[in-house]
Design a protein around this ligand. Sequence first.
Ligand SMILES: Nc1ncnc2c1ncn2[C@@H]1O[C@H](COP(=O)(O)OP(=O)(O)OP(=O)(O)O)[C@@H](O)[C@H]1O
Length: 543
Amino acid sequence: MRDTGTEGQARPAIRLSGISKSFGPVKANHDIHLTVRKGSIHGIVGENGAGKSTLMSILYGFYQADSGTIEVDGETVSIPHSQAAIDLGIGMVHQHFMLVHNFTVLENIMLGAEGAALLTGGIAKARAELKRLEKDYALEVDPDAVIEDLPVGLQQRVEILKALYRGADILILDEPTGVLTPSEADHLFQILQRLRDEGKTVILITHKLREIMAVTDMVSVMRQGQIVDTQLTAQTSVEAIAEKMVGRRVLLRVDKKPARPGPVKLAIRDLTVVDSRKVPMVKNVSLEVRAGEIVGIAGVAGNGQSHLIETVAGIRRPKSGAIELNGKTLDYDKLDPASLRMDGLGHVPEDRHHMGLVLPFEENENAILGYHTNPAFGKGPFLSIDAIRAHAKERIEQYDIRPPDCRLKTANFSGGNQQKIVLAREMERDPDVLLIGQPTRGVDVGAIEFIHRRIVEMRDAGKAILLVSVELDEIRALSDRILVMFDGKVVGERDANTTEAELGLLMAGVTDGGSHHQEPDPAMVDIAPGQPPAETQIPGERP
Ligand SMILES: Nc1ncnc2c1ncn2[C@@H]1O[C@H](COP(=O)(O)OP(=O)(O)OP(=O)(O)O)[C@@H](O)[C@H]1O
């Protein structure tokens, strides 16, 4: 399809013409035409597997297009590797940061550009240049701080500074807010707007359509390897974008009847969990989840939610306290995740790469991971390849996993499709209790609609569901009861009608009496009592 949205502008920052790229039979990009205006923020949205990351990887020199041309600033160029992209003024901020953890900010920024730095005056000059960039773009960060001591929001800032230090005029960000707190995300958007105002060009890939509405000037929609629409953001809407992405109307709200809770299925009593340095991460937490209800845990990442569900899932050992599953107290010294699964506990881990999947395995193998001893998949030590593949094909169809190839290595599926592989495995084993961490991270709107509907169906079928998500929209849409965790403790319980502002205050440690429960998370200090959290100020799909 021709890209008409930005025709007529002299020397755009980027012009892609007829870009195609296949991986075996999969046409990841097919005859892409895209023009990105200089000095604009250009959003790219699309279903999981639509080809967004592939296109950006071509622009950044990770992949070579099979055909087509790339123009940067009016010149036709070839980008055989990332250094060529950097030389052309293109910078990329990756989803998984590429920083050396035990190096300082300054060392990371100079890394790879040391030669140039030494030629032009050494470390002192690099430090001065870093200071200038920080000041010009409001990207303050201590140059001598060690990366591993910085919160993710600041690490991302270092990535941006690194690209600017290398002279980037065009900055590509691939799902930059997936790991950020709402206020960190808000700060990032201010930085992007500032970069744009200074004449830089920003390409932003995100699944969060309200971010698109809030910060972009133009938005392009990708579908099945093609650009199907490019528009001025001001002239479109979340609903229209969602429909173009998926090819049908998408229900952006969760439709559910009031819960009818039954007996307690999961009980956590006075649970305390410490991390590897013996620092308490979960402090004396007690909670219950009944059959037929969804209990959501809201909280800024790092306040104990992950440790809590990983402990219940048998991945971590509790320091003290008790956990009951189906009325039976579990002996966590003897249990492991596999035996807990047999006892009726399903777990969708927050980190699909490290805990949910073995990336070099084929899709059909990951689809039974942890359940491979089930008699349906073989007898004794012998697995039935036919049964395993037939099972995988069924799940691929049910969860619309693309490409529909159960022999493909899991590493070669797009991020959102990898998430669907984990969800399909854990949700369809019919657990009594399901622990779900960040169910829709990196997942497109159409798939979110499906996943949310499936979670509600499971609740209505009498399952007990404990949900952890940093997305307040998701917590509020799905939960029958909401618990807020701050500093390892449950600091409040609310029903689904609670406002986002109220949850935001609890998440920042401001408890019922208006007092701070403890020192708030530094990432959240800009939420003052009586004011909505920064996130609620983003216009978009929410009322
Ligand atoms: N190295 C590879 N080998 C084989 N197939 C690949 C490879 N990289 C990507 N693909 C396939 O190309 C298609 C496009 O993937 P891509 O990662 O570009 O999608 P995306 O739009 O970024 O998706 P998501 O929103 O889920 O991140 C997918 O079908 C994916 O499985």
